[in-house]
Ligand binder design. Structure first.
Ligand SMILES: O=C(O)C(=O)Cc1ccccc1
Length: 309
């Protein structure tokens, strides 16, 4: 596992790996979950490292951003999970309001800012504000918002700004930075849904939302329709579908299928998956989250994770 010094780490059992460094939105989401807050938290460099650490068992759980109310699903995270040969699965989710703030060196004015650094999700959510207020600044994508804040702290000339959460400056080791504008996101009240990942089958009690990745054997007219019909035939309600490139050629896609599973339907999903496999569709179980109406905030207790607190 890669940590921030690039060294191999041996992490304690029960630890939670998250997209670091400390101060990221993912870190904040981890701290709001009652079953995760008291564990050891291991900052990791990227989504691949988080999934890899859970897969190897060097952390017990991982937390990653999954979906934004502004930009939709986080495609790269979904693709990594769908492509992983491991049994890493989603066990829970955490909804977090995300307020985007512009951070600079103290005393720096907007006119001093030459570049703005942040994570891609944050830059996407502030595009309009940046165009209106910092049209000449260059934009630099960083591995996380907190990594961008570190770049501001290092820039003694005060020409670098970062977009990060209002609390990001409280992280240990971050000095000499200040919030110069709050709430610069283009869409007010933006929320990000983070997922908690674990190894193996433990998951939330029903009702739950189950997630499957379906890889069709070949692209044929009607192949998506054939897949969807199997869910309908088994009485399974779909709440979301999304197509993602398989990266094996132009026009080759797999489908994320999210379905609502009331207690009476768990066996139906297994039968539907078996039927799809019989049709040559490769089905990967990505896990499940407890079902709650969209916009739920807060998180359930340890039972939902299928692990002791
Ligand atoms: O970079 C971070 O702080 C993250 O946790 C990723 C992210 C960025 C912006 C919104 C939600 C998650």
């Amino acid at each position: 596992m890669k940590n921030f010094s690039g060294n191999a780490t041996e992490d304690p059992v029960g630890a939670v790996g998250y997209l670091g460094p400390p101060g990221t939105f993912t870190h904040q989401a981890t701290l709001t979950h009652p079953a995760l807050a008291e564990r050891a938290h291991i900052p990791l460099a990227d989504a691949e490292s988080v999934i890899g650490a859970v897969a190897r068992g060097s952390v017990e759980l991982g937390v990653l951003a999954w979906e934004s109310s502004v930009a939709g699903l986080v495609g790269p995270t979904l693709d990594l999970l769908a492509a992983s040969a491991s049994e890493v699965r989603i066990r829970d989710d955490i909804a977090l309001p995300v307020e985007m703030c512009l951070w600079t060196r103290p005393g720096a004015r907007l006119g001093d800012v030459r570049r703005v650094a942040s994570h891609a999700h944050a830059l996407t959510q502030c595009r309009g504000w940046l165009r209106a207020h910092l049209p000449a600044a260059t934009v630099r994508e960083t591995a996380s918002t907190a990594a961008a804040l570190e770049a501001v702290a290092r820039d003694r000339r005060g020409t670098t700004a970062a977009i990060a959460s209002a609390g990001a400056g409280n992280a240990p080791g971050v000095r000499g930075v200040t919030v110069s504008r709050r709430a610069i996101g283009d869409i007010p009240d933006a929320v990000t849904r983070f997922v908690v990942l674990g190894l193996g089958a433990a998951g939330p009690r029903e009702p739950r939302r189950a997630l499957l990745a379906c890889f069709q054997p070949q692209n044929r007219p009607g192949s998506l329709l054939r897949i969807l019909r199997v869910f309908a035939d088994h009485g399974i309600e779909l709440t979301h579908i999304e197509s993602r490139p398989t990266r094996t050629g132009l026009g080759h896609y797999y489908f994320l299928v999210e379905c609502l599973l009331p207690p009476s339907r768990a066996a139906s999903l297994e039968r539907a998956a078996a039927r799809l496999r019989g049709m040559g569709v490769r089905v990967k179980d990505l896990g499940a989250t407890p079902f709650a109406p969209a916009g739920r905030s807060g998180a359930p207790g340890p039972a939902a994770l299928g692990v002791p607190a």
